[in-house]
Design a protein around this ligand. Sequence first.
Ligand SMILES: *[C@@H]1O[C@H](CO)[C@@H](O)[C@H](O)[C@H]1NC(C)=O
Ligand SMILES: *[C@@H]1O[C@H](CO)[C@@H](O)[C@H](O)[C@H]1NC(C)=O
Length: 469
Amino acid sequence: MPFWVPAMTAYTIRPKRGLSLLGIIAALSFSVIFVIWYGMNSDRDYIHPILTQLIPAGHCACESSTTFQCSTCLTCPEPPVQENTTPAWSFEYARDGRNEALDQKQCQSAFPGLFEDIARGGKFWSTHGGLSTAELDTITIQQGMARAFISQGELHVVTARSKGEDHRRKILGTLSSIHRALAADPERASRRDVEFVFSVEDKVDDVTNPEWPVWVFSRTPTEQGVWLMPDFSFWAWDNPNNYMGPYDQVVDRIKRLDIPWSDKKPQLVWRGKPSFAPKLRRALIEAARGKSWGDVKQVDWSTGSNVLKMEDHCHYMFIAHVEGRSYSASLKYRQACNSVIVAHKLQFIQHHHYLLIADGPNQNYVEVERDFSDLADKIEPLISDTETARRIANNSVTTFRERYLTPAAEACYWRSLLDGYAGVWNSTVEQWSENTQRERGLRYESFVLLESPKMFEFDASATERWQAS
Ligand SMILES: *[C@@H]1O[C@H](CO)[C@@H](O)[C@H](O)[C@H]1NC(C)=O
Ligand SMILES: *[C@@H]1O[C@H](CO)[C@@H](O)[C@H](O)[C@H]1NC(C)=O
C-alpha cells in the first residue's frame, strides 16, 4: 500500500514518514514554482492555457488602467485671437513641424491638450507647499538619475549616476533634449531659474518614490508627485544592438516608404517577447491565434526568427501595442505608420497619452480590454469595413506623427515643463557654492565632452575625482 494513502484511523506521522511527506510537499512546491517561472519567462509561441492562467500579473499589475476623457483637447476652441492686424497663426506640419523655436503663444495654439500633465503636476505641488532645494536634497540620486539646474538660461549638471551605457545614453539624451529646447528659446536669457531631478528608469518605483517631484518618462495614475518628460528616444534610440536614430529620422524613413492604404494587409501585426509582460502579451497571442486577421508572433532575438523591422509594421492596417514591464517607448514608432493602433487599456502614462482618443469622430486608436477579450469584436467590423479603419489611421497620423510627436511639439513641451515647474519652484538657484568655493554644477557643454567613464558617477562637487585622468 502506498504510504501516502491516508489511514483515517489513528494516523500518526512518524518521523520518517513526516520527512517523506515534507519531501513531497517540497517537490510539489518546487514544480509549481518552476512551472510558473517557466510561464513567465518562456518566449515559446504556445504554452498551455492553464499555465497562462497561473502566471501572476507580476510586473504588470493589471487591475488599473488609464483612459483619458480628453477628446475635447483636440477640438477645444483655439485661444482667442487678438484683434490686431496679422491673421491668426496656425500650425502647419510641413512648415512648422521641425521648428523647435515656436514661441509660447504658438505652442499653446498648435498643441492644445499637450500640456495636461504639467498643469496636473503644478496643481499637485501648489497644494503641497511648492518645491525648493530642501525637497530636492531629500531625494536619493540612484543610478539612472541626475540632478541639474537651469540658471540664466544655461543648463548645468550637478550629479549624474549610471549603472552602465544604457543609463548614460538615456541621461545624455534627456539633457540634450533640454538643451535643444533651451537653445531654441528666444526668451532664453530671461527664463526663471529652476533646479530639478530626473530619472531615466522605466518605472518610478525602480529608483525613487511617487511622493518626490522627480521628472520621469512615465507614471501610473496614482504616482502624483512626479512630472512627465518626453522620453529619451525623441533625441535618439541608439545602442550597439540597435541604431534607430532620432525619432524624427525614423519618421522620415517610414514616410519614404509611404505604403498606400489599399496595399496594406488587412491584418493585426505584433512582434515581441512574451516574457517582458507575460500576462498581457500571452493574452494577445491567444486572442489572435488561428484568426485570419491575426499576425501575432513571438520574437526570438538569438535566432532572428519572426523579427520584423519597425518600418515593416507599416505594411499592416492594424498594429497592436502592448505595454512591457512599464510604458513602452515603441508606441510612438507604431504611431508613425499610417495604420490603426490597437492597444489595451494602458496603465502607464506618457506625456502625449492624453491625446489618445478611443471613440467618436476624432478616434485615433482602438482600445481593447487588458485581457484582449474584446479584440475580435473590435477588429472584425474594421476588417470588413476598412474605410472606418482608414479614417482612424488618418486621425492617428495627423494627431501624432504630424503634430504632437513633432520636434516642434517636443520642444514646446520641454519649455512648458520648465515654466510649469518654475511656477511652483520656490527657491533661488545658486551657480556658486560657498562651501567648496567653486561652481555647483558643470555646464552641459562641458559635461558632454567628458569621457564616458567619468559620466557614470558624476558629482560636480567632487571635482578632483572627475577631473583626474
Ligand atoms: C515659499 O516659501 C516661503 C518660505 O518657506 C513660504 O512662506 C511661501 O508660502 C512659499 N511660496 C509658495 C508659492 O509656496
Ligand atoms: C488624411 O486625410 C486628409 C483629408 O482627407 C488628407 O488630406 C491626408 O492626406 C490624409 N493623410 C494621410 C496620411 O493619409
